[in-house]
Design a protein around this ligand. Structure first.
Ligand code: IPM
Ligand code: MG
Length: 360
């Protein structure tokens, strides 16, 4: 089959890690008889430099025309990069928020699992790491605080700023349905995370999640306050299967969850709309401090490409082949610097890519 992928390499380590993922996809294509056509589009700082805006309308239409989007990372050092002298709606992140909204990518899936081979990179106590964990964070991605009304003003010399957190029941219902559907394919447990002891939006969230739960009698549902969830993630991560939560809570909890896996460089993510269409990206940022040094861990991006094959193209066998190759590379003792530990072999970005391809 022929597939058209829109590729956004982006900024920082983005170009290096996406190049590896494209090589791996080509290797999959060779082995399983597919051809991937890549339409490279600009987003983030590189688009600001080339086009004056973080995302052009042409780039959005190219993404809409594709079968799926593969993204590296966007943004630079927020204290030193000139991109952050621009007004907020012209900065690199504005491109990311715009593409999420324009493509209707409301469901963000961030799997966080501890590879047995990387147990020593896990910062938790040994007895906790020994129990392992494998959770899927389902983050609502196009609503809440990120897209609510906001403003900054000054009255009588006093500066004031506000952001609003709004959800409609429809926005909650569609992400909850996705969460329960995914739980049905996993260990059938949903932990819905909110702040219902304080926020109205959370009380509506909880009520709608309970309504959706009625259609999934096999799934165990529990509600957890977000502050408690932050604590439970380091105390007993094995208790979680699917964590279902709103945009901002999901942003914060997914960084925390990724760190307990040992490295954010291992975590893939998928952002999906109502159909099979999606955008796939590593959970980590653009890491400008190590950009261009062949140090970045490309595994999260390669795993994101595997998610793309699985969710958007229905190529499960091919996705399995990538995931298996990565496990094998880790079992063979190859590590990039973020996950390096004694007794293993240190490799760079490109070599890690080669090692993965050799195992496909
Ligand atoms: C993420 C990032 C983005 C977010 C930033 C770059 C706007 O932190 O994808 O988690 O907050 O959603
Ligand atoms: Mg984040």
């Amino acid at each position: 089959m022929n597939y058209n992928l829109a590729v956004i390499k982006g900024d920082g380590i983005g170009p290096e890690v996406v190049s590896v993922a494209m090589d791996v996809l080509d290797k999959i294509g060779e082995k399983y008889g597919h051809t991937f056509h890549y339409d490279q589009i600009l987003m983030g700082g590189c688009s600001i430099d080339a086009c004056g805006v973080p995302l052009t309308d042409e780039a959005v239409s190219a993404a809409k025309k594709s079968d799926a989007v593969l993204l590296g990372s966007i943004g630079g050092n927020t204290s030193t990069s000139p991109w952050y002298q621009l007004p907020p709606d012209k900065r690199p992140e504005a491109g990311l928020l715009k593409i999420r909204k324009e493509l209707g990518l409301f469901a963000n899936l961030r799997p966080a699992l501890l590879y047995p081979e990387l147990k020593s990179a896990c910062p938790l106590k040994e007895e906790i790491a020994d129990r392992g964990f494998d959770m899927m964070i389902m983050r609502e991605l196009t609503g809440g605080l990120y897209f609510g009304e906001r403003g900054t003003s000054e009255e009588n010399g006093m500066r004031c700023a506000y952001d609003t957190l709004t959800y409609t029941e429809e926005e909650i219902r569609r992400i909850a349905i996705r969460g329960f559907d995914i739980a049905m394919k996993r260990r059938k447990k949903v932990t819905s995370v909110d702040k219902a002891n304080v926020l109205d939006s959370s009380r509506l969230w909880r009520a709608v999640v309970n309504e959706v739960a009625e259609n999934y009698p096999e799934v165990t549902v529990e509600h957890m306050l977000v502050d408690n969830c932050a604590m439970q993630l380091v105390k007993d991560p094995a208790q979680f299967d699917v964590i279902l939560t709103e945009n901002m809570f999901g942003d914060i909890l997914s960084d925390e969850a990724s760190m307990v896996t040992g490295s954010i460089g291992m975590l893939a993510s998928a952002s999906l709309n109502e159909t099979k269409f999606g955008m796939y990206e590593p959970s980590g940022g653009s890491a400008p401090d190590i950009a261009g040094q062949d140090k970045a861990n490309p595994i999260a991006t390669v795993l994101s490409a595997a998610m793309l094959l699985r969710f958007s193209l229905d190529l499960d066998v091919e996705a399995d082949a990538i995931e298996k190759a990565i496990k094998q590379v880790l079992a063979d003792g190859y590590r990039t610097c973020d996950i390096m530990s004694e007794g293993n072999t240190l490799v760079g970005t490109k070599e890690m890519g080669q090692l993965i391809m050799e195992r496909i």
